[in-house]
Design a protein. Structure first.
Length: 738
């Protein structure tokens, strides 16, 4: 089943630089789309969210930790702030923006910023992020010219702006909502609303939910809800989940129901290593269970698809650390195993220049929580068949809608408190934003234009060589500080390399001007495309040759000369960063594409040698940041299986599968080295015949009658995307030729 808005949003995210606000009612697949974009994008992307749990669920980090923001509110002014809690621009710059070099590199290389649950992001927080990025990137455009995707539904949970923060903020902001930030009007973001609802199918219930969401309920709507009112109903024995507005109420119900069960109470302590703050815990650190306990899963089974976030079950047996549950919907038993949640930070891989996620801590626990009751806030994103809603004390706009939209049907809802007009908070600013933000532009036409502009942007950036110069100042500083052999020779080499790069950049600047003229001519005469490809191919040959012979060769000789000298590790590491940046640029030039076609078709003359890579963790005595993909690749080349790599590296199998999938997409690993030919051929044939190269894993697996594992499909899909970009026969012939 196709989803036009879903596909449109994905295309904007992957193949343009257009800022987008991606919204939609509950159950329209916003989280699924976000994760798909993260998995497919070739951009240096960062995912942030307003809360720790939301960040963990989205696979990212909190906004405050990513950008070093204080917990005080941000005032977009340089004027002195007399009252606290507040921080102005000057204080943010002087007291909080002291970033390490590696964090600055992340900001400088950042291409795509994804903000999840944006309905809960305050206007001042969005402006603070904008200020940080403009400042550190030295770019006056919104967010320092980083593409921004905002995910969320303004009719769900709102931002928190209590006194005295709002008392200070209201002098600068019309409301706490993100769309009243100063930067929002400057973004010119396209709004894409996902419209296909997967959670519910009953048209009358969908209409009721729509009326609640948009605060336009009539007497008939209230009467339909009154029919679900049963304040004395206790559905604990029938699989109902109580949704409450407050933590204490949900905790009290769970504790009470657990105590009513006979049998021994068993406790399971989470394993926590490294950095994993308490506000990011995805579930209880100490999970207490009994046989018969009603539980729900709190994450998806990405490997086998046996359970999903919100799936209900009952504890059937406890034998030490072995816990068996029975799924409520199918009656099938499942032996639980602990899951691992990673806390990450972002860094730049020094060899490839790509932004990577580094694990800095993890939380390992059974992926369960007691499920007799849960807060409405924590239920966001979950789906239930039966719920009891206690929203009589609803204190935040959107909570009633979030609660009712968790259920698949109106018949599955029981109300402990009446839903009255007083409970449905109506915020006029949301209504005004929703009506004013509707655009008349044709997004399909805009997509074509934005794709063309993005392709040209990438082409011009391809022939920008500033990344090769970024390590030169630190290299020069070490030459002057350290007692190295032939210091004068090292200084002369540094000057020579610096001069070479200046010449390369000057030549590239002239070539970029030529490209712009050719691309302008292409607007009138598409035949100029052939000329552009011809000029680019020659330029790639020219620049790769100059970098290899003019920079890499003399730098390599310098490294070899000092390789066995004592106390040279730090110095050699810095020199090799220059070398690696050059190799990364050469590889980027050779692999470059324009309008879905390879620019350079000649032979690869200059190849990176493994012996010239950055000093490894074994010799440097510390783990090198950004090496996570390289470590997986190195173990694969040693003949290790994915299970063995996961065990050796202490990572989950799903993480290693993600690594291998990306390495296949980049051409570093061949899928035939992982999977049998018959599996590859069967999946490849389906992807080619059905044109499903960009389809989701679940869709592909169902279409193939569940005969293949998700991991197999993921790896073959990456292979298909690499070899079957333009030629319809490529997916079949490329593998058959192997």
């Amino acid at each position: 089943m196709t989803n036009a808005e879903f596909d449109l949003a994905e295309q904007f995210a992957l193949y343009t630089r257009k800022n987008c606000f991606i919204t939609g009612k509950a159950g329209t697949g916003k989280t699924t789309l976000l994760k798909r974009i993260v998995g497919e994008t070739q951009k240096n992307a960062v995912v942030v969210a307003p809360t720790g749990v939301a960040a963990i669920n989205a696979g990212g980090v909190t906004i405050h930790s990513m950008f070093g923001l204080p917990l005080t509110c941000f005032l977009p002014t340089d004027d002195f702030v007399h009252q606290k809690p507040a921080t102005n621009r000057r204080e943010l710059l002087e007291h909080h923006m002291h970033f390490r070099k590696d964090k600055l590199r992340v900001f400088q290389e950042l291409e795509l910023l994804i903000i999840d649950e944006v309905s809960m992001v305050r206007s001042d927080v969005l402006d603070a992020v904008d200020f940080v990025l403009r400042t550190v990137r030295r770019n006056r455009k919104p967010f320092g010219d980083v593409q921004v995707l905002l995910f969320g539904d303004m009719h769900q949970l709102p931002p928190v702006a209590k006194e005295p923060e709002w008392g200070l903020m209201k002098s600068y902001y019309r409301s706490p909502y993100f769309f009243d930030s100063l930067v929002w009007p400057q973004l010119d973001a396209a709004e894409i609303e996902l419209k296909t609802i997967y959670r519910q199918s009953d048209a009358r219930f969908l209409t009721l939910l729509s009326h609640i969401r948009e605060r336009r309920m009539d007497a008939e709507d209230f009467e339909r809800l009154r029919e679900r009112y049963n304040p004395g109903f206790n559905g604990a024995r029938e699989g109902y989940v109580l949704l409450s507005t407050h933590n204490y109420r949900a905790d009290s119900v769970n504790e009470s129901e657990l105590a009513r069960l006979p049998g021994r109470l068993s406790s399971f302590e989470a394993e926590i290593e490294g950095e994993f703050p308490e506000n990011m815990y995805p579930c209880d650190r100490l999970l207490r269970l009994k046989v018969g306990a009603q539980v729900m899963f709190i994450r998806n089974d990405t490997e086998q698809g046996r359970y999903y976030n919100g799936k209900q079950a009952e504890v059937k047996g406890i034998d030490g650390d072995r816990i068996t549950v029975t799924f409520s919907d199918s009656g099938r038993d499942y032996l639980l195993r602990r899951e691992k949640w990673e806390n990450v930070e972002y860094s730049i891989d020094e060899e490839t220049g790509e932004l990577v996620r580094d694990e800095i801590g993890f939380f390992s626990q059974l992926p369960l929580r007691l499920a007799w009751a849960i807060t409405i806030h924590k239920s966001q994103g979950l789906t239930f068949d039966r719920v009891i809603v206690d929203a009589g004390r609803s204190f935040a706009a959107g909570q009633v809608y979030v609660a009712l939209s968790r259920c698949r049907s109106l018949e599955g809802i029981v109300l402990h408190s009446l839903i009255t007009p007083a409970v449905l908070h109506d915020d006029q600013r949301i209504s005004e934003f929703s009506s004013s933000n509707k655009r008349t532009e044709n997004l399909q036409e805009s997509l074509v234009l934005e794709k063309r502009q993005y392709a040209r942007y990438l082409l011009l950036r391809l022939f920008t060589f500033s990344s090769l110069q970024q390590h030169l100042p630190a290299w020069l500083e070490l030459i002057n500080k350290k007692d190295i052999p032939d210091k004068d020779g090292a200084l002369a080499l540094h000057a020579r390399i610096s001069g070479q790069l200046d010449e390369i950049s000057s030549t590239a600047g002239r070539f970029q001007n030529q490209l712009q003229r050719i691309m302008a001519a292409m607007e009138k005469d598409p035949a100029h495309l052939a000329l552009l490809r011809e000029r680019c191919a020659k330029a790639i040959e020219h620049f790769t040759g100059r970098i290899a012979t003019g920079i890499i060769d003399p730098v390599t000789d310098h490294i070899n000369l000092l390789a066995y000298k004592k106390k040279m590790k730090r110095y050699l590491h810095q020199v090799q960063l220059v070398q690696n940046a050059c190799w990364a640029k050469i590889e980027q030039l050779y692999k470059a594409r324009f309008m879905d076609e390879q620019l350079y078709s000649g032979g690869v003359v200059h190849k990176r040698e493994d012996s010239h890579r950055v000093v490894s963790s074994a010799t440097s005595g510390r783990k090198e940041k950004g090496g996570t993909y390289r470590d997986t690749l190195a173990l694969h080349r040693q003949g290790k299986s994915m299970d063995e790599i996961a065990s050796i590296r202490g990572l989950t199998l799903s993480t290693i599968i993600d690594h291998v999938s990306r390495l296949i997409l980049q051409g570093e690993i061949e899928v035939r080295d992982i999977l049998p030919a018959e599996t590859i051929n069967a999946i490849m044939a389906f992807l080619k015949e059905q044109d499903k190269g960009n389809a989701g894993l679940t869709e592909i697996r169902i279409a193939l009658d569940n005969r293949y594992e998700f991991a197999d499909i993921k790896l073959v899909r990456s292979h298909f995307q690499r070899v079957a970009v333009k030629n319809p026969e490529a997916g079949k012939s490329a593998f058959a030729a192997e």
